[in-house]
Design a protein around this ligand. Structure first.
Ligand SMILES: Cc1ncc(COP(=O)(O)O)c(C=O)c1O
Length: 367
């Protein structure tokens, strides 16, 4: 049996008729930039997240960059980021001219360790940028408390966390501004690039809405140095259909995660740890093993695709190696990068496929 890491085509086929109808509705509307479809998605996603505002943008990296710009984070400022994240989190900070200051994760959750944040705060620190990595919510209460105590903003990178809950409340409105990616492989994925921010702060929502559209809220009147980073109405129409399925698809992910956790409990793999306050969206199911590469090769031989999120931590990427401030010793991030393996995960994965992954993992002594 072959097991793809994630079957995007199967997700489309499950919703083919409503997606085709939605795309065709946009095509025949004659309205191809912003407009009613984007506004409807923004309203529906804000409602889903339980936040007052959503502003659609072109992708997740732009969501982060425009969020930082809306908060007027810029050159000379520092932003605290996790050492263990996708590089986009860091790139957004660099894009506004600020400096990403890495803080190590809690090795059990892989998310930024709140207990290590205060030591990284300097007079230049302007914001904390936690990431809900793999769809596991970061521990937000202590992060928000530190931010309040030090007068810092909180920007959340929720690119992997659609539908995740922290202490019962959906991710989307805890921090000052929350950034989303709808890259096709995300839990809520478009048919191309797409992104958004959510916030309860109307002024921030208005600033991002201007920044994404040439710094303009009125045609040919430009108030800020904006960019062109608008959510495409075709993508908005697809996202509206998929949003209706999101909870159902998250349930399926949860069932797969439960099966992995139950049946791999006696293997030598380190399995995901879920704190009692977390309700993850299970974007990824990430295990750890010192024999990661052998395990990945073994699974590949059996027709099972896996991925590594992420093989090179941001501070080891060429773009950052020469920047001293990004280079404190980061042993936890480095160890995770050498040991993590993401098993196949997605709502269209069958129980038989999951079982075959489990069987290969359990069959070998060394893992
Ligand atoms: C944690 C994280 N942040 C940011 C991004 C950037 O999103 P995008 O690919 O839509 O620019 C991604 C996904 O690619 C991500 O996984």
């Amino acid at each position: 049996m072959t097991v793809p890491f994630l079957d995007l085509k199967a997700a489309y086929l499950e919703l083919q008729k409503p997606i085709d109808d939605a795309v065709s509705r946009v095509l025949s509307s004659g309205w191809y930039v912003l407009g009613p479809e984007v506004e409807a998605f923004e309203q529906e996603f804000a409602d889903y997240c339980g936040t007052a505002h959503c502003v659609g943008v072109a992708n997740g990296l732009d969501a982060l960059t425009l969020a930082l710009r809306a908060l007027e984070v810029g050159p000379g400022d520092e932003v605290i980021v996790p050492s263990n994240t996708y590089i986009a989190t860091w790139l957004a900070v660099s894009a506004v001219g600020a400096t990403p200051v890495p803080v190590e994760p809690d090795p059990t959750t892989h998310n930024i360790d709140p207990a290590r944040i205060e030591a990284a705060i300097t007079p230049r620190t302007r914001a904390l940028l936690p990431v809900h990595l793999y769809g596991q919510p970061a521990d937000l209460d202590p992060i928000l408390a530190i931010a309040q105590q030090h007068g810092l903003k909180v920007v959340e990178d929720a690119a992997q966390a659609h539908g995740a809950r922290y202490k019962g409340q959906r991710i989307g409105g805890h921090g000052d501004i929350v950034c989303w990616s709808f890259y096709p492989g995300k839990n809520l994925g478009a048919m191309g690039d797409a992104g958004a921010i959510t916030t309860n702060d109307v002024a921030l929502a208005e600033r991002v809405a201007m920044l994404r559209n040439y710094g303009s809220r009125e045609k040919y009147v430009n108030e800020m140095q904006g960019v062109n980073s608008r959510l495409d109405p075709l993508q908005a129409a697809v996202l509206r259909i998929k949003l209706q399925m999101l909870d159902d698809w998250t349930e399926r992910r949860r069932a797969i995660a439960a099966l992995y956790s139950e049946q791999l409990a006696h293997s030598k793999l380190v399995l995901p740890y879920v704190p009692e306050w977390a309700d993850p969206a299970w974007h990824l199911y990430v295990v750890r093993s010192p024999q990661r590469d052998e395990l990945q090769a073994r699974l590949k031989d059996e027709g099972i695709d896996t991925l590594i999120h992420y093989p090179i931590p941001p501070h080891r990427q060429r773009v950052y190696v020469d920047q001293e401030i990004t280079q404190p010793p980061l042993p936890v991030a480095e160890q995770l990068a050498s040991e993590v393996l993401s098993l196949p995960m997605g709502p269209q994965l069958t129980i038989d496929q999951v079982q075959s992954v489990i069987d290969v993992c359990n069959r070998s002594e060394i893992y």
